[in-house]
Write a protein that binds this ligand. Structure first.
Ligand SMILES: [Ca+2]
Length: 130
């Protein structure tokens, strides 16, 4: 019995080592939404567009995306500033973070017609369904 327990422990340690070797990519999460977040005073954004804000309440607008598709914000004035999004397009919006190890990580997403915020100031790219 003791030998079996030792083997079991060794296997568990090996599995833990293998799992630890994988890049630790956090699963993307839905933007935070809650009742009242979409109050009328905020979220200035035209139907058919998606808009991006410096604060989490959709009040300090950074920009409106002029087209769908991928927008790499690295090196621009909006990098690491987006905190909330109004998505009045008919597609999903996804937000991405550039990891210095050399890869993109999807941080979150927001469904069509939604408004919401993300728990980061680290967003480096947005991708809007076309
Ligand atoms: Ca970043």
């Amino acid at each position: 019995m003791k030998t079996m327990r030792i083997i079991g422990t060794a296997v568990a340690a090996l599995v833990a080592t293998l799992l630890a070797a994988q890049p630790a990519a956090a699963a993307p999460t839905q933007a935070t939404t809650r009742p009242g977040l979409d109050r009328a005073a905020a979220w200035d954004c035209a139907q058919g567009y998606s808009c991006y804000y410096d604060d989490i309440y959709g009040e300090v607008k950074l920009f409106t995306a002029a087209r769908c598709g991928w927008h790499d914000l690295r090196g621009g004035s909006y990098q690491n500033r987006i905190s909330s999004v109004a998505n009045y397009t008919s597609g999903w919006v996804r937000v991405w973070i550039w990891r210095n190890a050399g890869y993109w990580e999807q941080h979150g997403y927001l469904y069509p017609g939604g408004v919401g915020y993300f728990d980061t100031n680290d967003i480096d790219a947005i991708d809007i369904d076309c």
